[in-house]
Design a binder for this molecule. Structure first.
Ligand SMILES: [Fe+2]
Length: 338
């Protein structure tokens, strides 16, 4: 059983679903970032977390890395080597060590300016959140494989329409040279046409159905249809959201600055089954990591691999267990299990 502390477990389980954006490109103007989302398939919500809290989260993230006591030092980035760090892949992702359930990660997920953006898009407060990876892209990581482009969308190409809004909370200054999210502007609006016309293109194998990798021919199609790729630059505390149909990946850094972000993706409880919620509860109680998809269709391996063997620093639980308020607890989905 989890050792999660909840400030309260008194919560309503009646599900509100007041309507949501469909992201067809034909929505009337809102006068805010939702217009960017409708047009471009992504948007930046400036200052979703106040800068001083973003700074505090940055400190906690650096401390989390240092507290493995393997030699990493935030003031000497030459220590950013695999032997001094927990396992982080070449794309900056860390999925293991129960990191997805560290208290600071849950605090970020429950930040009102973050979850509030998703409430606006989905038209409901009855949401669940993914238990997704954290990104620690440290400069000069030539000790691991290079980060090659892997353009993809995080939605099953056999499904239609807007189904899931993804997000990442940016923690450190992230300019054009610092690596990070690159999106194919407007790709969501041509998604249906793309998958119709490219249905015979051989598929790149992914971990699960809600993923599609763009081949060279697919990239050419996007280019031939006038779509352009754009690297999104953001400041600490900014939230980037994108339609899961929008092609994207992340770029390596060519600067000396680290990039930290936390992936936060929400979907309406109304969209998920009781089986999804039960699987999600199991993932929560086992401190497991999921994909972007909050319905826990994919639960990742618990253990990191180091030098071909289970990492000796693997953990079965976070160092600081999540202390959830009511908002955070509802986002686990547990209160909605009947
Ligand atoms: Fe993705």
């Amino acid at each position: 059983m989890p050792s999660v502390t909840t400030a309260t477990t008194k919560t309503s389980t009646s599900i509100q679903n007041d309507g949501r954006l469909q992201l067809t490109g034909h929505e009337p103007p809102f006068g805010d970032w939702r217009d960017d989302l409708v047009r471009d398939g992504y948007a930046v919500i400036k200052g979703a977390i106040p800068p001083e809290r973003a700074q505090a989260y940055a400190d906690e993230m650096f401390s989390w890395l240092e507290d493995f006591h393997l030699g990493f030092d935030r003031n000497d980035l030459s220590t950013a080597r695999e032997k001094h760090l927990p396992i982080i892949n070449e794309k900056g992702m860390c999925w293991w060590y129960s990191l997805a359930h560290e208290d600071f990660v849950w605090k970020i997920r429950a930040e009102p300016g973050v979850v509030g953006a998703f409430e606006k898009v989905y038209g409901t407060k009855d949401l669940i959140v993914s238990f997704d990876a954290v990104n620690f892209s440290l400069p000069g990581r030539n000790d691991i494989a290079p980060n090659k482009p892997w353009p993809h969308q995080d939605q099953n190409p056999d499904t239609r329409g807007f189904r899931c809004l993804q997000g990442l909370v940016n923690i450190l200054p992230n300019g054009p040279q610092d690596g990070g999210l690159i999106v194919c502007k407007g790709g969501h609006l041509l998604s249906e046409q793309f998958h119709q016309e490219m249905k015979d293109e051989p598929r790149i194998k992914g971990f699960f159905d809600e993923w599609y990798g763009y081949t060279d021919a697919g990239m050419k199609w996007l280019d031939n249809h006038g779509l352009k790729w754009h690297k999104v630059s953001v400041e600490p505390g900014d939230l980037i959201v994108w339609d899961s149909r929008t092609p994207h990946y992340n770029l390596p850094s060519s600067s000396t600055r680290p990039r930290f972000c936390v992936y936060t993706c929400y979907m309406p409880v109304a969209d998920v089954t009781q089986d999804d919620l039960r699987r999600k509860k199991e993932a929560f109680e086992g401190y497991r990591t999921t994909s972007h998809w909050p319905n826990a269709t994919f639960v990742g391996p618990a253990d990191a691999i180091r030098d071909g063997k289970p990492c000796p620093y693997n953990r079965k639980q976070p160092t600081r267990k999540p202390c959830l308020g009511e908002r955070g607890y509802r986002l686990t989905g547990i209160p909605y299990i009947r």
